[in-house]
Write a protein that binds this ligand. Structure first.
Ligand SMILES: *Cc1c(COP(=O)(O)O)cnc(C)c1O
Length: 360
């Protein structure tokens, strides 16, 4: 890896002040990684260099046809002051699968991981330390062939940036959701399983509709039968059936249109480790309404790398409004969240080998 250090890196005191009040995506670290690919030459040697603007020809493919993919992952402070990544190989594999779907070049897993380790090591000082805080890492790839012809690109640029992220979890406030029966996020054969910017571009109008209904987030249902629950915004969903030690923790099955979240996958294991039954199911809007009305569904939460776990309270749809439990985060939601965070922060046993230390 070529390394060009930033001569104007943010001074320590200012950086610490920023990290202490980081919010999400407000500040970016001193460096980024760039790696170019061409059809003729393959992947070039990556370069770690000062964070800054990139220059592209206005006719660059990504601006016109949206050939882009990304990942989202985190580096967490450990009790010994070190830093660890959570299941980064899973992000590397998913990035390669997304690349394949968007006709972009697959980046070898080792190269992807090498760039992530290099940036986290270099900008380690930007990692906040409290539980739930982390350095959020955003790898992405864009089609950089110049020209307005519609074809798979013969040039691509991979970039890696990082931003300190606070714990934006407010336990006093469950998320309200609008179940969209008008717009869909993904259809069979489409790009729903790929992490691509285009999925998000197409989702924003529904997010706006949700806001108009007074809701925080949109819940997606399937495109064909328009009844099966898929995801919430950019997060996967979980439902707790029953209460206490006998509860079953369920999540919508991966049908080919859901994004296979790494947090979703981790929670299937964590819930089992905590003694709960787990199931991947087809769950309809009616099941949701009847479940929360009868009390059979006692808790609902969404999960993803950015927020880890967010409790879901009120759900609103064209069919009416209904509330889960007492509208407060439930005990199993909190238990799963705390356990997952403890693994990520190295304060409980990592029995699945998910945590990967970064050599500082
Ligand atoms: C990224 C993403 C998720 C969550 O995936 P994680 O790997 O858990 O962060 C869920 N749904 C969508 C649509 C996403 O883009």
């Amino acid at each position: 890896m070529k390394i060009t250090l930033n001569p104007h890196a943010v001074p320590t005191a200012e950086r610490e002040e920023k990290v202490a009040n980081c919010g999400f995506g407000k500040y970016y670290t001193d460096h980024m990684v760039v790696c170019e690919w061409t059809e003729a030459g393959g992947w070039e040697e990556p370069e770690l260099k000062p964070y800054g603007p990139i220059t592209l020809d206005p006719a660059t493919a990504v601006f016109h046809y949206g050939q882009e993919i990304f990942e989202g992952m985190k580096a967490y402070r450990q009790p010994d002051g070190g830093i660890a990544l959570f299941r980064p190989e899973a992000n590397a594999r998913r990035f390669a699968r997304s690349a394949q779907r968007l006709a972009l070049p697959e980046m070898p897993e080792e190269l992807f991981l090498e760039t992530v380790h290099a940036l986290v090591k270099q900008d380690a000082g930007w990692t906040p330390g409290k539980v739930g805080e982390a350095l959020y890492i955003r790898p992405f790839m864009i089609a950089t062939e110049v020209g307005l012809g519609v074809r798979p690109t013969n040039k691509a640029t991979y970039l890696l940036i990082a931003t300190p992220a606070g714990a934006y979890f407010d336990p006093s406030k469950a998320v309200s959701v609008w179940i969209s029966t008008e717009y869909v996020r993904a259809a069979q054969g489409g790009t729903g399983e790929a992490k691509c910017g285009g999925n998000y571009a197409a989702s924003l109008v529904a997010q706006k509709a949700a806001a108009k209904e007074g809701c925080d987030q949109v819940v997606w249902i399937d495109a064909k039968e328009r009844k099966w629950i898929e995801e919430m915004g950019g997060m996967n969903l979980y439902f707790v059936k029953g209460k206490g030690a006998d509860a079953t923790v369920i999540t919508p099955k991966l049908t080919g249109t859901l994004l296979p979240g790494i947090t979703r996958d981790s929670i299937l294991s964590v819930a089992k480790d905590l003694g709960y039954k787990t199931e991947e199911v087809m769950l309809s809007i009616d099941d949701w309404r009847e479940g929360v009305t009868s009390g059979d569904i006692s808790e609902i939460f969404a999960c993803g790398t950015a927020a880890v776990v967010s409790p879901v309270g009120q759900a609103k749809s064209a069919m009416g409004t209904w509330v889960t439990g007492d509208g407060q985060p439930g005990p199993i939601t909190m238990q799963i969240r705390n356990h997952l965070l403890a693994i990520q922060h190295g304060t409980t046993e990592d029995k699945h080998g998910w945590v990967q230390k970064v050599a500082l």
